[in-house]
Ligand binder design. Structure first.
Ligand code: PHE
Length: 339
């Protein structure tokens, strides 16, 4: 019986699948199994009472041992899932499994690139709050409560009279108050407007504001910085046009338009007439400098509000602004970059 017990233990150690274990069960405990036959074929009448007791006891122990260990082996085989996974040889020539890496959002990539370019020109990168006071978003930018220019920006008003900042210009006076003149900084950030959404309008989008304040700043400085910026971003010559634009916080004010890079200026769903309104800009209005406690007789400056989302659309040829906030991984995957 000791030999049988060892043989059984050895068989179980080699069992890999539930089927292996079932074969072992039949071999030992089946109708014609080794243990079963041993019990059946022993002629107990030939044994003395003591021998019967000793032999019977050992036999029961063996049965119990077999039953218990086979049941445990069935469980173990089930757990390891060996039944559904055929044994595999280790093949060192197989290609490794691919791991999905996250990707930076195309707007983030564009923003980082802008930050890099501006830092190279000595600009500080700052970030203001998304929930803004009416003062910084409008008042301090020379847009008083009754001014019709407020209607230029459809605003999300909060119940506590604060607003979701409608433009990154809201950061201008905050930054100038804090750092004074001379100053050179950009404020990339998220903006919110109560817009009717279509291929080129979103209620949530990104801008990158830029402000330079120093002595003798003129339109020539503004144009030089814009030219440097665009040639670095697109790494090629782009066509731009400057036309007058009205914003209460700049004087004179301009619209810098970019010749559409998607259609090449022919006109498409994204640009309309071949030009994308990309960089509203101008010389900072003296009233705004005064709000920031800077003397407009001593200092002047320029400001621009670059459409970061639009820039990303141009850069990557994205035709529909709604894709950016869609949460559709198939869209984002196309911009996977390693930084
Ligand atoms: N903040 C303005 C807008 O969002 C753009 C702008 C910024 C214009 C800076 C002039 C100077 O419409």
């Amino acid at each position: 019986m000791e030999t049988i017990r060892q043989q059984l233990a050895g068989d179980l150690a080699g069992a890999k699948t539930p089927q292996d274990v079932e074969n072992i069960r039949v071999k030992y405990l089946g109708r014609k199994g080794i243990v079963t036959l041993l019990a059946r074929e022993t002629d107990f009448s030939k044994l003395s009472a003591e021998e019967k007791k000793a032999f019977g006891g050992k036999l029961n122990e063996l049965k119990a041992f077999a039953t218990e260990h086979i049941a445990a082996a069935v469980e173990a085989a089930k757990q390891s899932g060996a039944a559904v996974q055929p044994q595999r040889e280790l093949d060192l020539t197989m290609p490794g499994s691919n791991r999905m890496l996250g990707a930076l959002h195309p707007i983030t990539t564009t923003q980082l690139e802008l930050e890099h370019i501006f830092q190279g020109m000595g600009f500080t990168v700052l970030r203001g709050p998304d929930v803004e006071t009416e003062y910084y978003n409008f008042e301090a930018l020379n847009i008083p409560g009754d001014h019709p220019a407020r209607d230029m920006q459809d605003t999300f008003w909060l119940t506590n009279d604060m607003v979701l900042k409608t433009h990154t210009s809201a950061n201008q006076v905050r930054a100038l108050e804090r750092f004074g003149a001379p100053f050179r900084g950009i404020f990339p950030g998220r903006c919110f407007r109560y817009e009717a959404i279509d291929a080129s309008h979103e209620n949530t989008f990104y801008q990158c504001e830029g402000v330079v304040v120093d002595k003798n700043i003129s339109v020539a400085n503004l144009i030089a910085v814009m030219k440097t910026l665009l040639s670095e971003v697109f790494r090629r010559d782009v066509k731009v046009r400057l036309r007058p634009g009205y914003f209460p916080f700049v004087e004179p004010g301009f619209e810098l338009d970019l010749n559409c890079l998607i259609c090449g200026g022919k006109g498409c769903a994204t640009c309309g007439d071949g030009w994308i309104e990309l960089i509203p800009c101008g010389l900072i209005h003296p009233r705004v400098l005064e709000y920031a406690n800077i003397d407009p007789d001593e200092y002047s400056g320029f400001a621009f509000g670059l459409g970061l989302t639009r820039l990303a659309m141009m850069k990557y040829g994205v035709r529909d602004i709604r894709l950016f906030n869609s949460g559709d991984v198939r869209f984002y995957e196309q911009f996977a970059v390693t930084m």
